[in-house]
Design a protein around this ligand. Structure first.
Ligand code: DX5
Ligand code: ZN
Length: 222
């Protein structure tokens, strides 16, 4: 699969999200970080903002739910218009049931792992998923330093996906930048979330192109 770039709006100007959306039209997805002040110690946006973004976005929305009880709340994000919805396995009571529900609703189902969560216990669940998200920072804030300690897990996840035979995208999120994206691509990631690297750049659209080029070249070296 070609690499995909998903700028995280968490680092955009929240007073002007429509302009932020327009500045990254060359991206594949718009990554929206939903935080509830319980699962993570930060509070961001919820359903009304997702609905508003769907109205102005030219790219599909990739909602990353850092919230408690996603079993209860995640389906509403599909109803709001998200094309991909990712829940954290650490917060989920019934991941298979929830992934199936999201798919039945017509969305892509993603499951996220925090840095200290192993991927191996979930190997048999991979066919239930459209995307596996390996966090490369502790979730909750943008602008944190990339955790190299997560790279072996990305490699193991890539191997498990290959062994499963399922078509599961492997996303990385946290500290992804021009300095770190090649390591992620080399480890087997194919969907790259970048917040501060994109919206902290003078030209966010150009940074999306730069990240894509770097990841693409690293993936082709495999
Ligand atoms: C962190 C969020 C990320 C965040 C990434 O909990 O899930 O999507 O926006 O920001 P950067 O790219 O700045 O690490
Ligand atoms: Zn995220």
């Amino acid at each position: 699969m070609d690499v995909q770039i998903a700028p995280s709006l968490l680092s955009a100007d929240f007073a002007n999200l429509a302009a932020a959306v327009r500045s990254v039209e060359g991206a594949d997805w718009l990554h929206v970080d939903v935080m509830d002040n319980h699962f993570v110690p930060n509070l961001t946006v919820g359903l009304p903002v997702v609905e508003a973004l769907v109205g102005v976005a030219s790219r599909p929305l990739d909602c990353h739910l850092m919230i408690d009880d996603p079993d209860r709340w995640a389906p509403a994000y599909v109803e709001a218009g998200a094309a991909s919805v990712t829940f954290h396995v650490e917060a989920c009571a019934a991941p298979v049931r929830l992934a199936r529900e999201l798919r039945v609703q017509g969305a892509r189902a993603g499951m996220a792992l925090k840095p200290a969560t192993s991927v191996e216990p979930y190997a048999d669940l991979l066919p239930e998923l459209d995307m596996l998200l390996i966090m490369t920072v502790e979730p909750g804030f943008g602008g944190q330093r990339f955790l190299d300690v997560c790279l072996p897990k990305i490699r193991r996840a890539r191997d498990l996906i290959g062994a499963s035979g399922a078509d599961v995208w492997l996303q990385v999120d946290g500290g992804v930048s021009a300095d770190t994206i090649e390591r992620c691509a080399d480890a087997g990631a194919d969907v790259f979330v970048a917040g501060s690297a994109v919206f902290g750049a003078d030209d966010p659209g150009a940074m999306v192109a730069t990240l894509r080029k770097l990841a693409d070249a690293a993936a082709r070296r495999h």
